[in-house]
Every structure is written in structure tokens, then in C-alpha cells.
Design a protein around this ligand. Structure first.
Ligand SMILES: [Zn+2]
Length: 131
């Protein structure tokens, strides 16, 4: 699998973020990282709540951190779980909002130890809701 130094750094950032997960209810730690079009990395972890529905996915935490720092375009995403899960449907749609080129936006799926898959965002959400 083709892995640039930038992609390697993205995945490593998501692995570090996974260690910050607040998941006392599910016990399922998720780390995510996004790389913006201007080359910045933002990370997120899942943050659960005693009122379960208020929990937020790692992917959206990472993306919202980027947007709140002025980013409006992402070019790659990495998601790290213990078993190589892909982003939920809600996160796919939210990521799509800020991926001007979803056919070129890599979504790396990894565990702490290895890389499971690389998709494009378009592959994960072929019929996204658009503006
Ligand atoms: Zn999600």
C-alpha cells in the first residue's frame, strides 16, 4: 500500500489521539486525524457521555477542531480503532461537507499496529447529500 510520509504522520497522529479517547461506556476507543489542504493536522478522539446520545465520534471532533481553526478543506483522514472500523454514516456526511475533492480524499483505516485499508471518501459515501 502506497504510504507517503504525510500519510504516515497522519496515521500516527490518529494512533496517538486514540489514547485520549473518553469511552467509559462502550470501552471502544477511537482516534482520528484530518489533514487540511494547507497541510495542517488536527486530531480527535471519541468523547462519550452518560446520556449516550450526546457522545461524539472522533472523526467529527478532529474535523470540527480543524474548521474552528479556519480550515475549510480536508485532503485526508485517518481513523484508528482496535479492529479497523470505518467511519459511521453521520461522520461520512460531515466529512464530505469539507472535502472539495472526495474522489481524492484518502480515508486511512488502521489499528494501533497495522494499516487495514485505504478508501476514498467518495467510495465510503457515493451518494452524499450536497449543497
Ligand atoms: Zn461517526
Amino acid at each position: 500500500m502506497q504510504l507517503s510520509p504525510e500519510d504516515r504522520a497522519l496515521i500516527e497522529a490518529a494512533r496517538r489521539a486514540q489514547q485520549q479517547a473518553y469511552a467509559p461506556y462502550s470501552g471502544y476507543a477511537v482516534g482520528a486525524a484530518v489533514r487540511t489542504a494547507d497541510g495542517r493536522l488536527f486530531t480527535g478522539c471519541n468523547i462519550e457521555n452518560a446520556s449516550y446520545g450526546l457522545s461524539v465520534c472522533a472523526e467529527r471532533v478532529a474535523l470540527f477542531r480543524a474548521v474552528s481553526e479556519g480550515a475549510r478543506a480536508i485532503e485526508a483522514v485517518a481513523v484508528v480503532t482496535r479492529d479497523g472500523a470505518t467511519p459511521c454514516g453521520a461522520c461520512r456526511q460531515v466529512l464530505m461537507e469539507f472535502a472539495p475533492e472526495p474522489e481524492a480524499c484518502s480515508v486511512w483505516i488502521a489499528t494501533p499496529d497495522h494499516i487495514v485499508a485505504r478508501y476514498t471518501l467518495r467510495q465510503l459515501l457515493p451518494d452524499a447529500f450536497g449543497r
